[in-house]
Design a protein around this ligand. Structure first.
Ligand code: FAD
Length: 307
C-alpha cells in the first residue's frame, strides 16, 4: 500500500533538510528522499568559512550536524531517485524507480550542479585550487594569482569579485569577445588587475603533489600552447538545475530553474521549491537554509488549509 505523508521533501541538501526540520517541528509527517548521501553539495566542499556560527567547518561535518538536527522531530529519511511527480486532485504522487509515495504537499530541493570543463587535472585538484564558486572560495586566494575560465555573466561577475581579493585575475575565454551583459563587462574592463586571454581553451590544469600551480591553454587560431601560472582556477562554464524529473509540472523557466513566489510556492498548488533549484540571485548554504525555513512554514499553512 502506498504510504501517505503530509509533506515529501525531495533532496537532502541544506535547503531540503531545513524545510524538513521546520515542517516536522510543526507536527507534519515528513518524508525526505535523496538519491545520494544527505548533505548535497556540502559533501564536496572542504572548508566552509561563510556559514554563520562556525569560523570554519568541513562540508561533511556541517552535513552531519544539519542531518542530526533536521531529523530530531521524526522526519523519515529514505533513499530514492525521484523520476517524476504527478497530481491526483489535491494529492501528489512522487515516483522513484521502485516506489510510489503520496503527499499533500511536495518540496523540491534537488539542487544544481556545476558543468565541468572535462580536462585533465580538474577532478584531481578539486578543492585544491580548482573551484566553481568565487564567493565560496575566493578568500582562500588573497593576493595570489587566479584564473577564471568562461565569458558569460557568472565568469565576468566573479572575475570582478575576485579582483578585489586576488593579486591578478586572468580570464581565459574561448571566443574573441565576452557573452556577459555590457554592464558586467564594463565593470571587469575597468579593473587594472584583470586581464583577458582570448580565443583560448584550457587543455589541462597543472599542479604539484599538493595543489594547483597553473593551467596550460591553447590558442584556437594559432594552435600555440602556453602555460599560465596561478594558484586558483575558477571554472564558470555553466551551472545546471537538477529539474529534469519535474519538467512536466511546467514550473521552470526557459533555463530550467524553478520559479517561485516569496513563500517558495510554485504555480502548482502544494508544490514548493527551495535552494539552488530555484531561479535566484545567490546560490549558497545560507540562502538554501533561508528558503527551507520559509517553505517549511508555508507548507504547514498549506497542509492545514487542506484539512
Ligand atoms: P544541494 O546541496 O545540491 O542538495 C540537493 C540534493 O538533492 C542532493 O543531495 C541530491 O543528491 C538530491 N537530488 C537531486 N536530484 C534528486 C532526485 N531526482 N531525487 C532525489 N534526490 C535528488 N556555499 C556556501 O555557502 N559556502 C561555501 O563555501 C560553498 N562552497 C561550495 C563548494 C563547492 C565545491 C560546491 C559544489 C558548492 C559550494 N557552495 C558553497 C554552494 C552550496 O553548497 C549550495 O548552494 C547548497 O548546497 C545548495 O543547497 P541545496 O539544498 O539547494 O542543494
Amino acid at each position: 500500500m502506498t504510504k501517505k505523508y503530509d509533506v515529501i521533501v525531495i533532496g537532502a541538501g541544506p535547503a531540503g533538510m531545513t524545510a524538513a526540520l521546520y515542517a516536522s517541528r510543526a507536527e507534519l509527517s515528513v518524508l525526505m528522499l535523496d538519491r545520494g548521501v544527505f548533505g548535497g553539495q556540502m559533501n564536496n566542499t572542504a572548508e566552509i568559512e561563510n556559514y554563520p556560527g562556525f569560523k570554519s567547518i568541513l562540508g561533511p561535518d556541517l552535513s552531519q550536524a544539519m542531518y542530526d538536527s533536521s531529523t530530531q522531530f521524526g522526519v523519515e529519511y529514505a533513499y530514492g531517485e525521484v523520476t517524476g511527480i504527478t497530481t491526483d486532485g489535491a494529492t501528489k504522487l512522487v515516483n522513484t524507480a521502485d516506489q510510489q509515495y503520496e503527499a499533500v504537499a511536495v518540496i523540491l530541493a534537488a539542487g544544481a550542479e556545476y558543468r565541468k570543463l572535462g580536462v585533465p587535472g580538474e577532478e584531481e585538484f578539486g578543492g585544491r585550487g580548482v573551484s566553481y564558486c568565487a564567493v565560496c572560495d575566493g578568500a582562500f586566494f588573497k593576493q595570489e594569482d587566479v584564473i577564471v575560465v568562461g565569458g558569460g555573466d557568472s565568469a565576468v561577475q566573479e572575475a570582478t569579485y575576485l579582483s578585489n581579493i586576488a593579486n591578478q585575475v586572468t580570464v581565459v575565454h574561448r571566443r574573441d569577445q565576452l557573452r556577459a551583459q555590457p554592464i558586467l563587462q564594463q565593470q571587469a574592463f575597468s579593473k587594472d588587475n584583470i586581464n583577458f586571454v582570448w580565443n583560448s581553451t584550457v587543455q589541462h590544469i597543472d599542479g604539484d603533489d599538493k595543489k594547483v600551480t597553473g593551467v596550460t591553454i591553447k590558442n584556437q587560431q594559432t594552435n600555440e600552447e602556453q602555460q599560465l601560472a596561478a594558484s586558483g582556477v575558477f571554472i564558470y562554464v555553466g551551472i545546471l538545475p537538477l529539474t529534469t524529473a519535474f519538467q512536466q509540472l511546467g514550473i521552470t523557466d526557459d533555463q530550467g530553474w524553478i520559479e517561485t513566489n516569496e513563500q517558495m510556492a510554485t504555480k502548482v498548488p502544494g508544490i514548493f521549491a527551495v535552494g539552488d533549484v530555484r531561479h535566484k540571485p545567490l546560490r549558497q548554504i545560507t540562502t538554501a537554509v533561508g528558503d527551507g525555513g520559509i517553505a517549511g512554514q508555508a507548507v504547514f499553512d498549506y497542509v492545514e488549509a487542506q484539512k
